[in-house]
Design a protein. Sequence first.
Length: 67
Amino acid sequence: MMETDISSSEFELIKSDSGQRKLRRFKREYIEKAVEVNYTQKEMGENINVSDAAMRDVIKRKAIKGL
């Protein structure tokens, strides 16, 4: 997550499941980078505190290649 140029306070907001709109870009970048290094949907979801189903929805909506 730190490779996305996010501050530690923003990272904590994401992990606390904050729905702030400005954080969406970081979540998307995190997912794209995590897919590149073969993280599973479950691992990604656990890291940013979202369910497997929510992670699948994000990936499907954004058509992220690799999953």
